[in-house]
Design a protein around this ligand. Structure first.
Ligand SMILES: [Zn+2]
Length: 352
């Protein structure tokens, strides 16, 4: 059992090294300074948390967290590269306009973290960059916990915990750093391979047994309906998009649930910002979570633009599938201005 988790932990580390090496190579070559065909029409950035470094030794979600200083540098890098900031909802129309010659960029933030308002909004204001926050009403209403945050907090706090991976209750060791990483991979695999609703509840329960309260974490980390209303009303750069009701892997839910997640989240988000969102982000966003059925469903349920987490820059052919747009992650593990320059050049995606 642990050998599988160990293998994926090692694989993940090797992938980080390879990505870093690729970014360094593009940045060092200077090739990213030449505007090439690979740069396309622009780029959509993905962010999650924006906050100061927390300095934890164990931070399996560290890739989902960048500092306000890096955001500032990244926005400068995008401008330096000649990119012009626009609202995501305007993107399909602008890309389809033959008179629009500028290269464009959009900024998106997934999950609705409170630090977006506190740390990111001032940086967006400074640069006059519009942004879209993708909100999950289950988190906003505190009816759903954020399992990856709960798991991280549990593993940071506990030297062992009790969990049923399907073969009865067992004690999982999580004292050493390696044990924590392996346990995180196992919990993530458990969510991916079982009923996600049940898995989220099981992680919540295991954490509570160790005095780690997943509901409290949501309360601490995610904006409330009132905060979203205030942000929407007071910040003309802020827009809200939908990110489903409960943040499931949509590729693993039935047709009825898929439709409900798409439709009802738009209605709830409209309740926060006063308008029905036309932009949607697929939870997780990888190929394992977004397929032809989900892409068609997003379109059929009223979204004019939807984003994955599959890496890539924008080009005109993407207009054929505006509900399957790639994004470029501003990754907490690669917080260097030269990496952003390399990413917006589009070259790293040609090398993949
Ligand atoms: Zn998300």
């Amino acid at each position: 059992m642990t050998s599988d988790a160990m293998r994926s932990t090692v694989k993940r580390s090797l992938k980080h090294l390879a990505i870093r090496a690729g970014l360094e190579m593009v940045a060092a070559s200077g090739a990213d300074r030449l505007l090439t065909a690979s740069a396309g029409r622009g780029v959509i950035f993905t962010l999650h948390h924006v906050r100061p470094e927390r300095g934890f030794a164990f931070e399996p979600n560290g890739h989902l967290s960048i500092t306000p200083e890096f955001l500032d540098e990244a926005l400068l890098a995008a401008r330096d590269a000649g990119l012009h900031p626009v609202h995501l909802e305007q993107l399909p129309e602008l890309l389809g306009d033959p008179a629009e010659k500028r290269r464009l960029f959009c900024v998106t933030l997934d999950d609705g973290y409170r630090d977006n308002e506190r740390y990111a909004a001032p940086v967006f204001r400074k640069h006059r960059v519009p942004y879209t926050i993708f909100v999950t009403p289950g988190f906003v209403e505190r009816t759903r916990t954020v399992w990856w945050e709960t798991a991280e907090a549990l593993l940071r706090a506990a030297a062992s915990f009790r969990f049923d991976f399907g073969k009865g209750m067992e004690t999982v060791r999580s004292g050493s750093s390696m044990e924590k990483w392996i346990a995180f991979e196992k919990l993530a695999a458990f969510v991916e391979q079982n009923s996600e609703d049940d898995a989220v509840t099981a992680i919540e329960r295991a954490a509570l047994d160790c005095n780690v309260d997943g509901r409290q974490i949501v309360d601490d980390e995610i904006m409330t309906a009132d905060e979203l209303r205030r942000l929407s009303a007071n910040d003309d750069l802020a827009a809200l998009g939908a990110h489903t009701l409960t943040h499931p892997n949509l590729a693993r839910v039935g047709d009825t649930r898929l439709r409900h997640e798409l439709q009802q989240s738009a209605i709830e988000v409209a309740g926060y910002c006063g308008r029905v969102p036309k932009a949607f982000a697929y939870p997780y966003g990888g190929r394992y979570a977004v397929g032809p059925r989900e892409i068609a469903a997003a379109r059929e349920n009223g979204y004019t633009v939807a984003v994955t987490t599959q890496p890539g820059v924008l080009d005109a052919t993407l207009l054929d599938a505006p509900t399957a747009l790639p994004r470029v992650s501003l990754n907490g593990r690669y917080q260097r201005k030269r990496y952003v320059r390399a990413l917006v050049s589009g070259l790293p995606f040609k090398l993949m």
